[in-house]
Write a protein that binds this ligand. Sequence first.
Ligand SMILES: Nc1ncnc2c1ncn2[C@@H]1O[C@H](COP(=O)(O)OP(=O)(O)O)[C@@H](O)[C@H]1O
Ligand SMILES: [Mg+2]
Length: 388
Amino acid sequence: MIVLAVASGTSADGLDVGAVRFARDELDPATLVADVLDTWTDPWPPGVRDDVLALLPPATTTAAALCAADQAVGQAVAGAARAALERVPGVDLVVSPGQTVFHDVRDGVCLGTMQVGQPAWAAEATGLPVVSDLRARDVAAGGHGAPLAGVLDRLWLGGDDVRVALNLGGIANVTVVGPGVQAPAHDTGPANCLLDVVATRALGRPYDADGALAASGRVDERLLARLLAHPYFALPAPKSTGRELFSAAWLDDVVDGEPWPDVAATLVELTAVTVADAVAPHRPREVVASGGGTANPVLVAALARRLGDVPLVTSDAHGLPADGKESVLWALLGWLAWHQVPVSTGPHPARVLGRITPGHAPVVLPPAGEAPRRLVVGSPQLTEVVAR
Ligand SMILES: Nc1ncnc2c1ncn2[C@@H]1O[C@H](COP(=O)(O)OP(=O)(O)O)[C@@H](O)[C@H]1O
Ligand SMILES: [Mg+2]
C-alpha cells in the first residue's frame, strides 16, 4: 500500500509531502517495512499561510474566517496531493492531519485540539480515501493527541539500546525508546516557533536562516532564567504544548529590551537546555534528531554542547530523512488507521485514530490485522532490484 501524506506543522512553514510504501514482512507479519519513496515540501498557495497565522492566539477570529481557512487549507492540501499523484504513481491512500489552530491544554489535561483543512477537497481532487483528524480520538480517550511522534519512534528505533528521538519543529518533542522504557513522548517546549517570531521582527524574514542572527548574539543568562521560569518546563510528562502558550505575546512579556541577536541566541539556548534536561535522566546511547531545526547549525551546536557525551545524530542515520520524518509519521498513522490498529500515546487506552473520508469508490477496509511491533525502513532501490 502506498500512502501519501500532506501535512503542515506548528511552524506552518509549508506543506510537507511524503509518499511511503508499506508492506508487512512476508516472514514476520509483525514487522512493517516502510519504503520512503519521496519526501518534499510544497509552498503554501499565496495568502494561505497569512490567513492561518491570523487565526492563531492571541488573535481573536470569527467563524467566517475559520470556515475560510478550513477550506483554504483543505484546498491547498488537495492541490499538493493531486500534484503528488503525478510524481508518485500508485498511491492508495491520502493522509491529511490538517493545520493545528488551537491546542487546549489546561492544568495538564487536554480539553480539545482543533485542526483546519477540510479533507473533502483532497478526496474530491484525488478520488482517493483521505484519513484526517488524527488527534481528536486520543484526546477523547484521555490523551493529549500530541505529540504523536512516539508511535513511529517506538516501532522504528525500539531495540536493545535506549535512544531518544527528537523532533525540532515549531515545538520540540522527544520520545525515549528502549527496553522497558515506559516514558510517554512529550513536547519539551519551543524549538523554532519563537525564533521565527524574532526573525520576522528583526530581519523581516520567516526564519533565522542558518542561525545567522543567533550566531551574532550572546546568550543572556538573566533572560534565559526568566524564559526557563515558564511553568510548562516544570510540568511532568505526558505534556504537550503549542503556540497558545509559547506565543509572541509571552515573548514580549519576558524580553526586556535585550537586542534581537541576544534574544535569538538565548532562545536557541532555551531549546538546547530544555531538550538536554529531558534527555539526561535516560542516559541514551544517542539522540536521533529530525525537523527543520536540524538545518540550524547554531541550534545543533548548542544542543550538542548541552548533551555532553551523548552523541547527536540526525534521523538520516537510521534511514529517515531529517526534513521528511514527520511525513513518514503521518503516512504511518494513515496506514494504522486504515488497518484499524489501535495507537497508544500514554497510559490511557489505545484507540484507532483518525477519520476516513471516502474517495470516489466506497471504502472497503482490509481485515484488522496484528499490530506491527517494529518498522524497518527499506530502500526503494533495493526493492526494485529484488523485484526485477
Ligand atoms: N536553514 C535553516 N536555518 C535555520 N532554521 C531553519 C532552516 N530550515 C528550516 N528551519 C527552521 O525549521 C522550521 C520548520 O521546521 P519544521 O520541522 O517544518 O517545523 P513544523 O513541523 O513545526 O512545521 C522553520 O520555521 C525554521 O525555523
Ligand atoms: Mg513545517
